[in-house]
Design a protein around this ligand. Structure first.
Ligand code: B12
Ligand code: SF4
Ligand code: SF4
Length: 292
C-alpha cells in the first residue's frame, strides 16, 4: 500500500506498479506506450503534455451499480465524485513515488478542468455550442492498453463493468512494459443506449456532442438557436424551465457537487460480466432537476 506503507518499491516495473495501484482499491489498471497511443479527434497525444513520456498508466474504478440504478441522478453524481477522488488520490501518490525514483510524472485528473473552445481552432468559426475536450482522452488511452472498446454509446466498455467505470491516467517517463490493444466484441448493437438518450445526441449514425453537452449540463433538450425563427421556441423552453427550477440554488449545488443531468447511455447498457449477479431486473426511471 502507498498509504502508510513503503515509500519505495523494490523494482519499478509494470507488474509492481499494477500491484501497488490495485492495493489502493483501483479495479482495473493497464499500461500503454506513450509514443504509440490511439488518438481521438481532436488529437491530444501524451507527448504534447510531456515530450519525454514513455508510459501512460490507465486506471479504472467501477461505479456503484446501486447509484446507477438509483431514482435520482444526484445520488450517482455524489458516488461518481468519490470514484474520481480515489482515482486522483492514487494518481497523485503514484506520481510522487515515481518522481522520488527519478521519473518525471504527470497525473491527469479523472475530472475537470478541461479545455474550452468557443471557436473551432481549425477554421476560427464560432461553434454553435461551446465544446470541451480533455487534456488526454482516457477512453482512447484505455483502448490502447487493451482495457476495452468504445461502444455505440461512445463510452468505454470493459468486459468486467461494461460502461460503468470512471477513468484516470498517469503519464510518466518510467518505461513500463505496455499491454497490447485487443479486439473485443462487447457492444451488442442492441441500441438500448440510442433509445434511452433524451437529447437525440445518440443516433444509429453515431454521437453528436452538442445536444449531449446541453442536456448533460443544463437539462435542456434544445440547442441555442442557429436561426432567427428558432428563438421563440427556445425562449418558450427556457420560460418553462424557469417556472419550476431555481437556477441560482442549482448552480450553488453544481459547484459543490458537480451535478450531472444524464447518464442514460450508460444506464441502459447491458454489458458487464461482474454485474451479472447483482444487476436489478428492471431499470427504474431516474429523475434530474429538469425532468418534467
Ligand atoms: C469533455 C467530456 C465530456 C463532454 C464532451 C464529450 C465528448 N465526447 O467530447 C460532455 C460534457 C458532453 C461529456 C458527456 C459525457 N461524459 Co464525459 N468526458 C469528457 C472528458 C473530460 C474529455 C472527453 C474527451 O476529450 N474525449 C476525447 C474526444 C476527442 O472524444 P470523442 O468522444 O471521441 O470526440 C468528441 C469530441 O472530440 C467532440 N468534438 C468533435 N470535434 C471537435 C472539435 C473541438 C475543437 C472540440 C473541443 C471537440 C470536438 O465531438 C466528438 C464526438 O463527435 C472525459 C475525460 C477524459 N479526459 O477523457 C470524460 C468522459 C469521456 N466522460 C465520461 C462520461 C461517463 C460522460 C457522460 C455519461 C456524462 C456523465 N454524466 O458522466 C456523458 C456521455 C456522453 C457520451 N455518450 O459520450 C467518462 C466515460 C467513462 C467510460 N466508461 O467511457 C469519461 C472518460 C470521464 C471519466 N473520468 O471517466 N463528457
Ligand atoms: S449523456 Fe445523456 S444526452 Fe448525452 S449521449 Fe448519453 S444519454 Fe444522450
Ligand atoms: S446499449 Fe447496446 S448498443 Fe449501446 S453500447 Fe451497450 S451494447 Fe452497445
Amino acid at each position: 500500500m502507498l498509504n502508510g506503507g513503503p515509500e519505495k518499491i523494490e523494482k519499478i516495473d509494470a507488474a509492481a506498479i499494477k500491484e501497488l495501484i490495485k492495493a489502493e482499491g483501483i479495479d482495473l489498471v493497464g499500461i500503454a506506450d506513450a509514443q504509440n497511443l490511439i488518438l481521438a479527434h481532436p488529437a491530444r497525444p501524451a507527448t504534447a503534455l510531456m515530450p519525454t513520456a514513455k508510459s501512460v498508466v490507465v486506471m479504472a474504478v467501477a461505479h456503484s451499480l446501486g447509484s446507477v440504478y438509483s431514482p435520482d441522478i444526484m445520488l450517482w453524481t455524489r458516488s461518481k465524485m468519490q470514484t474520481s477522488r480515489l482515482l486522483d488520490e492514487t494518481a497523485e501518490k503514484v506520481g510522487r513515488m515515481l518522481e522520488r525514483e527519478g521519473f518525471l510524472t504527470l497525473p491527469i485528473s479523472a475530472d475537470k478542468p478541461v479545455e474550452i473552445f468557443k471557436h473551432d481552432p481549425e477554421t476560427g468559426k464560432k461553434f454553435r455550442q461551446t465544446r470541451t475536450v480533455g487534456f488526454l482522452s482516457f477512453k482512447h488511452a484505455a483502448m490502447s492498453c487493451g482495457m476495452g472498446e468504445i461502444g455505440k454509446n461512445n463510452l468505454l466498455l470493459t468486459p468486467e463493468f461494461g460502461p460503468h467505470q470512471r477513468l484516470c491516467a498517469i503519464i510518466t517517463e518510467a518505461e513500463l512494459e505496455p499491454d497490447e490493444s485487443q479486439d473485443f466484441d462487447l457492444c451488442k448493437g442492441c441500441n438500448k443506449c440510442v433509445d434511452a438518450c433524451p437529447s437525440g445526441a445518440l443516433t444509429s449514425d453515431g454521437y453528436d456532442v452538442d445536444p449531449c453537452f446541453v442536456y448533460w449540463s443544463l437539462g435542456f433538450k434544445q440547442l441555442p438557436p442557429a436561426r432567427f425563427w428558432q428563438w421563440p421556441g427556445y425562449l418558450r423552453m427556457i420560460r418553462q424551465h424557469m417556472k419550476k427550477r431555481d437556477f441560482l440554488v442549482e448552480s450553488g449545488q453544481t459547484y459543490i457537487t458537480d451535478v450531472d443531468f444524464c447518464i442514460e447511455c450508460m444506464r441502459a447498457c447491458p454489458v458487464g460480466e461482474r454485474w451479472k449477479d447483482i444487476r436489478p431486473k428492471t431499470l427504474p426511471f431516474q429523475k434530474n432537476t429538469a425532468t418534467e
